[in-house]
Design a protein around this ligand. Sequence first.
Ligand SMILES: Cc1ncc(COP(=O)(O)O)c(C=O)c1O
Length: 384
Amino acid sequence: MKGDSSVDANGSGPLGRGDGTRVVHAGVPAAVAGEPFLPSPVFGAPYHLDPVAGPQAGVDGYGRSDNRTYRSLEKAIGDLEGGECVVFASGMAAITAVLLATLRAGDAVVLPSDGYYLTRAFAGEHLPGRGVEVRTMPTSGPYPALDDVRLLLLETPSNPGLDVCDIADLAARAHAGGGLVAVDNTTPTPLGQRPLDLGADFSVASATKALTGHSDMLLGYVCARDPQLIETIRTWRARTGGIPGAFEAWLAHRSLGTLDLRLARQTANAAAVTELLADHPAVASVRWPGRAGDPAYEAAARQMRRIPGVVTFVLADKGAVDRFLGASELVFAATSFGGLHSSADRRAQWGDDAPEGLVRFSCGVEDTEDLLADVRRALDAALS
Ligand SMILES: Cc1ncc(COP(=O)(O)O)c(C=O)c1O
């Protein structure tokens, strides 16, 4: 089965293959002598047409809808998520595709009140004028009635608070009223959580974060199992043009091969950093769904295959965060997460409804002991 990366509903390969094997082989074509393992990027805008037959089904005609490099990445991500995949130029291009392609005047959409702030901002700015009612609910509940909702968008763990909701339970409630359910799977990646297996209609994500993991590109995707839903999204992309560049798609596919290794180190670092944070006097509170006693621990343990390397903690104020970042030699100040390099972001500076000293900390793949020593020194400086 060389080159075949199909997976069963539990996310393990047909021969019980593990995550490391699956990401290395995902979307990689069967071996052909003389060919590279991963085909090189195809940079076509128009392709040659048959001068007589003109456009033909199954033959690439124009780059906004047809590109072998996207298709190969889509095969890889689709296999990992357990559905069909459509890639986009960014996570926001993917999320807005789901919102705009599924919602019509008279519909209601429910978004997380504590999820990625730009999703809420986009919805607030653009949906009411189109006749769509925008509602919000907290990821950890309490939940409103969902039986009159056209689309329920969940984000679990939520960003940056790291609360977790029960996807299967909420999907059942929304489906009972005929609604659709989308899950923003950015933070866990498909190795951490497979929303389509849990009843979601869409798994949507920013692949800018851990999925590609090198902080060198923007990318997004939408996955679905229903052929009509995925066709709606594919058509939306072909009409609106939010496609990634072929080079980014190729680079993303190349980066995917190390996802298992990167996540394993990030999670191990997060576990160690969380314990350090929990015991340090500079830290008022810490959240990580992998830590026993965390409010999200039990739900995460039930639902997730792995816990991501993102930890959220609170220091006294902005000054303490400034001192923390100033003293650290390994932690970059940056507003992203899931990359090779540890990074930290004070979320209030972006307008999140969060305490001034709240830090979203993304553990990179540095050696655990080095990271712990650096974070300990930086926390000591935050106190002074
Ligand atoms: C949970 C989540 N969803 C979506 C996005 C948007 O992704 P992108 O920056 O690739 O557009 C982000 C970006 O930070 C995010 O954190």
